[in-house]
Design a protein around this ligand. Structure first.
Ligand code: GLC
Ligand code: CA
Length: 600
């Protein structure tokens, strides 16, 4: 299916500057020491506003005990690398005990670490060592469902009068009798294929699962579920985690009247089958229901009760928010005085999945103008979608295109989230035989949908056996590209993707306009080149131009009423081999080339 199916300012730059000085030990006089402590306090509160966030799929990052599966110690081992890259926080995909039916998204204990990934002591060490690198840890929080092996579900399914019965969603079948289970309660489907209802013979009722059969949904109408999750959040925040990425958060509630979802229609007005062979339906009755808002407000109040004056500072909520439009995204920040997420993911932009200038211009502008001054969180890639090569590449210029995507990600206002391996241009490598498939989505969807293994292959560290990921056979095969596409090779190459990421991130952190300046679109009628300006609070201006075509382009950025303060620019970054912009009236770009310059 690929995941897109489910989609149906602030003076910070100054603080970044002062913080950077303090870190280099240059603030010795009393006056500047005060400035520095004020700055670091403000930094503790605001760290997320211009943050660089990095998603790690722990299973695939680094194996240290030789079982072919990545582990927490493997992450700790690479903190120097992440610091040098400029990462502020790691979003750790689930590492809780789990039967691993959905590779950790089926949790059987929310307050422990799966032995596959290490111990709680390893986790504590990761948090402590990361802190030394000024890197924060964000946990994945799966509140929609647990594993069917979680003790709460085992209790729940054990009898109809068990105190946990009402923690999950149980229902009689349609036309059920003492001897006949009847039909499923309604037509709701699992995102992983087929009916979302599973018959349970022991207590003779169906339970609801939005995802895999082994992932029963919680009943969020039960206040005990709320309390249980508040305790879980407190547990991890006391351990020093900086916040959470809330998984599948828009699916907490379902239509209380249990109405059927509607069939989708093709262009001839006929219903059709999806990749699982089911009649394709929308998910209006099971996704983005309003009940989620008060729940998130309640959770956020818990996080806000943790004082931001010591590291990790403000606890941040990130949302997995695939939503139909910008207005729905805007709601995720919460109404005035009742905050929900600081950083709901803006999937409107990153999952356009087509290099169309006008669409990008419109969506990037929406993020600037329609989120009521909130901070956008841009993201182009994650563990659920084919990597950038498949969704944006043209085969011939993938590297140039990936540089351009990274430019949109880091040179736009807001926080930026990327996925391990993007910084070296890792490619999607799906399984070629059904017997190799690990992801349940691929098992159900084969061959139309090969699942998500292709974007979860081991991190490519170097050109040694198994790309330096593991001494033993990795749980997913290492792509054959590893001998050239790897961290070690790219560290030595000043035109590498890794170098490009480092330079972009460094600019985002140190350049006043790029750190927090407004985004203003330039040259808005252009259908080939996307250009914008960042306007710093100190009056500085930076222009960015991305050529969306396979031909060279020359653009004039001085037209329109955007208010450029000069007609020339000093190059800050350009695609390898690109020209410096002598004049902003004629900025030259190579095929899929990028130019970033400081306006003079
Ligand atoms: C989210 C996760 C995905 C998982 C699903 C069910 O979409 O990102 O990997 O399979 O939720 O938890
Ligand atoms: Ca649900």
């Amino acid at each position: 299916m690929h995941w897109t199916k489910r989609m149906a300012a602030c003076g910070l730059a100054l603080i970044v500057g002062v913080g950077a000085l303090a870190a280099h030990g240059q603030n010795t006089s009393e006056g500047s020491a005060q400035t520095s402590s004020a700055a670091s306090k403000s930094n503790l509160e605001n760290w997320w506003k211009n943050a660089v966030l990095y998603e790690i799929y722990p299973r695939s990052f680094q194996d240290t005990n030789g079982d072919g599966i990545g582990d927490l110690n493997g992450i700790t081992e690479h903190l120097d690398y992440l610091e040098k890259l400029g990462v502020d926080a790691i979003w750790l995909s689930p590492c809780y005990p789990s039967p691993q039916v959905d590779f950790g998204y089926d949790i059987s204990d929310y307050e422990a670490i799966d032995p596959q990934y290490g111990t709680m002591a390893d986790f504590d060490r990761l948090v402590a060592e990361a802190k030394k690198h000024q890197i924060r840890i964000l946990m994945d929080m799966v509140m929609n469902h647990s594993s069917d092996k979680h003790k709460w579900f085992l209790e729940s399914r054990s009898s109809k009068d068990n105190p946990y019965r009402d923690w999950y969603m149980w229902h009689d079948g349609k036309g059920q009798t003492a001897t006949d289970k009847g039909e499923v309660p309604n037509n709701w489907q699992s995102d992983f294929g087929h009916s979302a209802w599973e018959w349970d013979e022991k207590t003779r009722q169906y339970y609801y699962h939005k995802f895999y059969i082994q992932q029963p949904d919680f009943n969020w109408n039960n206040p005990k579920v709320h309390e249980a999750f508040k305790d879980i959040l407190r547990f991890w925040m006391k351990k020093g985690v900086a916040g959470f990425r809330f998984d599948a958060i828009t699916t907490l509630f379902e239509d209380p009247e249990m109405r059927d979802d509607e069939a989708l229609k093709d262009k001839d007005g006929k219903s059709y089958l999806n990749s699982y062979g089911d009649v394709a339906i929308n998910d209006t009755m099971t996704n983005n229901l309003p009940g989620v808002h008060p729940v998130m407000q309640e959770m956020r109040a818990v996080a806000d009760s943790f004082k931001p004056d010591v590291f990790p500072g403000t606890r941040v909520f990130i949302g997995e928010t695939y939503l139909p439009n910008i207005a729905e995204l805007a709601k995720q920040y919460g109404p005035p005085g009742k905050p929900e997420f600081q950083l709901p993911m803006d999937t409107q932009i990153g999952f356009i999945n087509k290099l169309d200038v006008q669409t990008f211009r419109e969506k990037l502008n929406d993020a600037e103008t329609k989120l009521e001054g909130n901070i956008p969180l841009l993201v182009f890639d994650n563990h659920d979608n084919a990597r950038l090569d498949v969704r944006y590449g043209d085969g011939a210029h993938n590297t140039e295109i990936e540089r351009m995507i990274a430019t949109m990600l880091f040179a736009s206002r807001g926080a930026s989230l990327f996925y391990y391996g993007d910084e070296i241009g890792m490619k999607t490598t799906p399984p070629t035989r059904k017997e190799d498939v690990k992801d349940p989505v691929g098992l159900t969807g084969w061959p139309k949908d090969k699942g998500r293994d292709g974007e979860r292959t081991p991190m490519q560290w170097n050109a040694t056996t198994n790309a330096g990921f593991s001494k033993n056979t990795p749980w997913l095969p290492v792509p054959s590209t590893y001998s050239t596409v790897n961290v070690s090779a790219q560290e030595k190459d000043h035109d590498s993707m890794l170098d490009w990421y480092r330079k972009l991130i460094a600019l985002k952190k140190t350049n006043v306009a790029l750190a927090a300046g407004d985004n203003v679109m330039l040259d808005e009628a252009n259908t080939k080149v996307l250009s914008w300006m960042r306007k710093g609070a100190d009056g500085s201006q930076v222009v960015v131009a991305c050529n969306f075509t396979a031909e060279p382009q020359t653009v004039n950025l001085t037209g329109g009423g955007a208010g450029l303060k000069g007609s020339h620019a000093k190059t800050l970054l350009k695609s390898p081999g690109g020209s410096d912009a002598v004049s902003l009236e004629a900025v030259q770009l190579q095929p899929f080339g990028v130019y970033i310059g400081d306006v003079r």
